[in-house]
Ligand binder design. Structure first.
Ligand code: TXA
Ligand code: MG
Length: 315
């Protein structure tokens, strides 16, 4: 059973350079002080993350983030409208920043974000910038509840439980260092939505040769069981099924998780990682199958994660 920690306890632990799992609007993050080598080292160690894969640094306010990162005018316009919110930007690091270089693997660039979550905001205000990757062992499925974090680390990481995350897939990552701006990881802010909201700014999907984001370059987000995409009835009896909208025919007899009975794509995004966690732990299925998910809106981010999750070599 999960024994969550309280807000003030989280602040105390973080100030002592310990790491704590915290909620954001996207997924839970494994947070530690970005200005402490000790804390950042612990994040890589606990997550078993290669130290060639940089972390996102989170700030309480736009002003604080804009002091640490160097942004062009168009970039500032973008973040001023979206932050706090599910957007991470890759920028040059300001020479005055006190974020340790280990947080961004010694790269010249680093990734910053101002999340939109009252609990995270309070803690960032108390403790200062926090480095926080998603709170799952490297390569695994991201957590959208405190219980997911608890299970993934067998209760060894303190978790501040603030309920399920409202968006459910990780932030959109945009590289603001070159123009047109490149979308390195799709999320709530899709190319379509960005072009509509910012008609005077140019964006493009990153080319595979631009990929410098390990989470976007290879297998990731994987359950332990084999995952099959675009399945349709009749389903394999040993397969747990993830549905989207009413199924034709009878309900399957095997474990079944509905992402959204009304085919609401944002509801599906909120539920997708929970569905994967649930079926991965179920003793009643050996594999996981998911019906086709449309790619409009945040559906593009869901399909991006599912495609990478299904790449795992299960041999
Ligand atoms: O929604 C989110 O972004 C969550 C919450 C906790 O904020 N965080 C998250 O962090 O998804 P993580 O570490 O799981 O994914 C961050 C991605 C990684 O694929 C990493 O390679 C990329 O961001 N990244 C970090 N710094 C980068 C940089 N300087 N250049 C390019 N990619 C970078
Ligand atoms: Mg991650």
């Amino acid at each position: 059973m999960l024994q969550g920690i309280a807000l003030l306890e989280a602040v105390t632990l973080l100030k002592k350079n310990q790491i704590v799992a915290l909620p954001t609007e996207t997924v839970y993050g494994l947070a530690g002080r970005a200005e402490s080598v000790e804390a950042v080292e612990k994040i890589y160690e606990v997550k078993r993350r290669p130290i060639s894969n940089p972390l996102i640094v989170h700030y309480a306010t736009q002003e604080m983030a804009l002091k640490d990162g160097v942004l062009c005018e168009q970039g500032k316009k973008l973040v001023k409208k979206i932050w706090p919110g599910p957007l991470t930007v890759v920028v040059d690091k300001s020479p005055d920043s006190r974020v340790v270089s280990l947080a961004h693997c010694g790269l010249a660039s680093f990734a910053i974000r101002v999340p939109n979550h009252p609990v995270m905001h309070y803690i960032l205000n108390q403790v200062g910038p926090l480095a926080a990757p998603s709170a799952n062992p490297s390569g695994g499925v991201s957590p959208t509840t405190a219980e997911h974090v608890h299970q993934a680390f067998s209760g060894t990481v303190p978790v501040l439980d603030a309920g399920p995350c409202v968006i459910g897939v990780e932030s959109t990552i945009i590289d603001l260092r070159f123009y047109p701006f490149s979308i390195l990881r799709p999320g709530y802010w899709t190319l379509e939505k960005l072009l509509k909201e910012f008609p005077d700014i140019s964006f493009q999907e990153a080319q595979s040769s631009d990929i410098i984001t390990p989470g976007t370059s290879f297998q990731h987000y994987s359950p332990k069981k084999p995952l099959f995409l675009n399945v349709s009835p009749p389903f394999d009896l040993e397969m747990g099924i993830i549905g989207f909208g009413p199924l034709q025919g009878d309900l399957p007899t095997q474990p079944f998780v509905q992402l959204s009975v009304k085919k609401n794509i944002e509801e599906a995004a909120r539920n997708i990682f929970s569905a994967l966690h649930y079926l991965d732990r179920s003793e009643k299925c050996l594999s996981i199958g998911i019906v086709p998910i449309p790619s409009y809106g945040i559906g593009a981010a869901i399909n991006d994660r599912l495609t990478r999750a299904a790449l795992k070599d299960h041999s």
